[in-house]
Design a protein around this ligand. Structure first.
Ligand code: C5P
Length: 231
């Protein structure tokens, strides 16, 4: 049995691609799926993405596109041929519809970021939203379905309600995942790996609990075991 579980994406939120390469080497065959985000994008992140794809890894590009329709469509088209698995855009109806056009005919799966997991009710109110996170996630999940994208990003706490209104193959990707008793950092809406999957997540994203761990490979193995229902 291979140890790696493709449902666990490790976030390569590190200062440079050399650190990211060292992390993937240290983790070895314990992880097959990696997420590259905005921190590495301007400093070699796409070279790293291509290397990981060439190594047979699943690559999730967390670029959270949010722009006018034409720009989003063309940007997604630029990403679509690269061989990455997943790309994020913000879950606004027009942005998601443009992204769905941009990825048409490719194997890329586009998912809409519903509400950042670092935002709770006071933080949402401060930026002018009167909906709470749960209502906003549900509204945007329906809009993702209508727009024809492949899934959403939500916190594990909203995944269960979202799962009830989407088909089985619709992706629900949840960051904000912490081991029991783990440090939350700036995340506000969190759950354990096991609970995230139980709540209907198709994939989980884990950053600091692995990329800042003293032993990242051991941390990834523990999180995988927890996700699969172990301790
Ligand atoms: O270190 P931590 O496990 O909190 O990292 C979570 C990762 O998931 C980060 O890369 C963050 O940008 C990303 N993310 C998130 N909330 C979202 C979408 C993405 O935390 N809604």
């Amino acid at each position: 049995m291979t140890r790696a579980d493709p449902r666990l994406y490790v976030a390569l939120d590190l200062p440079g691609v050399e650190e990211a390469r060292a992390l993937t080497a240290a983790i070895g065959d314990a992880v097959i799926s990696y997420k590259i985000g905005l921190q590495l994008l301007p400093i070699g992140g796409m070279d790293l993405a291509r290397e990981l794809i060439d190594q047979g890894k699943h690559v999730f590009l967390d670029f959270k596109f949010h722009d006018i329709d034409a720009t989003v469509e063309k940007a997604v088209r630029s990403v679509a041929g690269l061989g990455a698995d997943i790309l994020t855009v913000h879950a606004r109806p027009d942005v998601m519809a443009a992204a769905a056009r941009g990825k048409a005919g490719s194997g890329l799966r586009v998912i809409g970021v519903t509400v950042l997991t670092s935002l709770n009710k006071p933080a949402l109110e401060a930026i002018g939203y009167t909906d709470d996170a749960q209502s906003l996630v549900m509204r945007r999940t329906q809009q993702a379905l209508d727009a024809g994208v492949d899934g959403i990003v939500s916190s594990p706490l909203e995944a269960a309600a979202a799962r009830k209104i989407v088909p089985d193959d619709f992706l629900i990707v949840t960051p904000g995942v912490r081991m029991p008793g783990g440090d939350k950092g700036d995340q506000k809406r969190v759950a354990t790996p096991f609970d995230a999957i139980k709540n209907g997540a198709s994939h989980i994203v884990v950053g600091r609990p692995i990329n800042a761990a003293r032993d990242p490979r051991a941390a990834a193995i523990a999180i995988t075991a927890n996700m699969r229902g172990g301790s």
